[in-house]
Design a protein. Structure first.
Length: 456
């Protein structure tokens, strides 16, 4: 009898000779007397060969891409000199069509052609998901999330699941999504940071991989309305400890991902495709992912301002940068692309950073804060040491015009055994855009949301 397998089993030499395999027709090649089906089942691709009588039925003659089908036959290694994905092929002796897919104008490749506009592409995200690029990106995404979890376990952090429905802001009122919570005002969380801070005395160092929400009113390559936020919080650390931990986490995670041959191949393929795609846009950039060298370059905000001015990169008003200016996305991206390696940008001025950040003891104009910048994307991580003094925090609420009442539970951390502590948040989609050479974070989300898009 035939044993039911997944395509991955054949690629990994775990399949018996006689098998039953089900999937969707990814590609179809009809030659005289033979039909070649590239079958896709989500775990890989398998070349299936129909010969003789099998090619002469009505079903065989009307096969279309994306038809679902079950095939029976013998798995054999691909003959010397020939090529097929996974190195195996299926010599089919029987098959059943399960669900036909339309050809012609209704075929997926015609509904969303390669050069379709973005509206069409994202309206049909449920169909484009079946393509090589989307599926490779989402497989790398799963591998990256798994690797982050593994690294956190190695370093002894515990995973928690903070709430998404909250009544406090973290990163400024202008990007809050508000909703009606049984008649009370509530928000979708912008960051789980404040909740992670409350876990320290109970659970020790913690992390979460949770959705964050930002009502971003601009359309950029790196902003989503909903994104996956990898956040961690550590107690009894210094700012230097925070930077070392972050570098260790990023490098360890990248090593796990890069040492997995299947994932590595996806990353290489995606970067090659990015290079070709850039060429079509007339952009000569060559995309190639390489695990970064340690230690990461550390640059203070003040030095970055100098660097930008030395390189004639202007601020948003078209003037030279002054201390206190926000470094806008375009300037940040140019700087990172020129330096072309990861940068820890540290010690941002108090005025341009969030209310909870601890001030630098040596220079009270700046905070113990860090952004990690990566070529092609810019900021992928934001973190800081937190104000651990009760009175300083109360003053910060007042300075920022934040009503302290809803934060009573956060404030209490400073009352019941405060400690120096800090943490950070990594945007998973930005991390992936960097690693996979994607043009926008939208490609790194299963069903991306941004201003104007909440479907499918
Ligand atoms: O720099 P942010 O706003 O920092 C925080 O939220 C901190 N409370 C995190 C912490 O310390 N626990 O966001 C952190 C990261 C950014 O560096 C970026 O990678 C990502 O989250 N991010 C977004 N990604 C996609 N779309 C958006 N609209 C994003 N906003 C932030
Ligand atoms: Mg930030």
């Amino acid at each position: 009898a035939a044993k039911k397998i997944k395509i991955r089993d054949a690629a990994e030499n775990r399949a018996p000779t006689r098998v039953k395999v089900s999937g969707w027709i990814h590609r179809l090649r009809d030659q005289s007397k033979m039909i070649f089906i590239t079958l896709r089942d989500g775990t890989g691709l398998l070349q299936c060969i129909l010969t003789d009588n099998l090619t002469k039925t009505y079903d065989a003659m009307t096969l279309t891409n994306e038809t679902s089908i079950t095939l029976f036959g013998e798995i054999k290694p691909v003959p010397e000199g020939a090529q097929a994905p996974g190195g195996h092929e299926l010599h089919v002796d029987y098959y059943e069509v399960i669900g036909k897919a339309p050809g012609g104008a209704e075929a997926i490749t015609n509904i969303v052609a390669r050069d379709a506009d973005n509206q069409t592409k994202y309206d049909n995200r449920h169909l484009t998901l079946r393509g090589d690029i989307a599926s490779a990106t989402l497989k790398v995404r799963a591998a990256v999330a798994k690797a982050f979890r593994q690294s956190y376990e190695d370093l002894g952090l515990l995973e928690v699941t903070p709430p998404c429905m909250v009544q406090t802001q973290v990163e400024g009122g202008s990007t809050l999504f508000e909703f009606n919570y049984y008649g009370e005002k509530a928000y979708l969380t912008q960051s789980s940071q404040l909740y992670l801070e409350t876990c320290l005395p109970s659970l020790g160092d913690v992390f979460c991989i949770q959705e964050s929400f930002r009502a971003e009113k601009s359309l950029t390559r790196r902003h989503l309305s909903e994104y996956t936020h990898i956040e961690a919080e550590l107690a009894f650390i210094t700012f230097d400890d925070l930077l070392s931990h972050l570098e260790e986490m990023l490098c360890r995670t990248i090593d796990y991902v890069w040492n997995d041959p299947v994932t590595k191949q996806h990353i290489i393929d995606l970067n090659k495709e990015a290079t070709n795609e850039a060429k079509r846009r007339g952009d000569p950039t060559v995309f190639e992912f390489k695990p970064p060298q340690r230690p990461f370059l550390r640059m203070s905000y003040a030095d970055a301002i100098k660097w930008l001015n030395e390189h004639n990169i202007l601020n948003e008003e078209g003037k030279p940068h002054a201390f206190g200016d926000d470094i806008a996305e375009a300037a940040e991206r140019r700087m990172t692309d020129i330096i072309n390696k990861p940068i820890f940008l540290t010690k941002f001025p108090v005025e341009i950073k969030a209310f909870y950040m601890k001030k630098d003891l040596e220079d009270p104009r700046v905070t113990e804060s860090v952004d990690c910048l990566m070529p092609g994307v810019g900021e992928i991580v934001g973190g800081s040491m937190r104000m651990d003094d009760l009175n300083e925090l109360l003053a910060a609420y007042q300075r920022e015009g934040i009503a302290p009442e809803p934060y009573y539970w956060f404030t209490d951390q400073r009352k019941y055994g405060t400690t120096p502590h800090g943490g950070y948040g990594i945007g998973l989609e930005r991390f992936l855009a960097w690693m996979c050479g994607r043009y926008t974070v939208r490609e790194c989300s299963l069903y991306p949301r941004w201003m104007g898009r909440c479907t499918p």
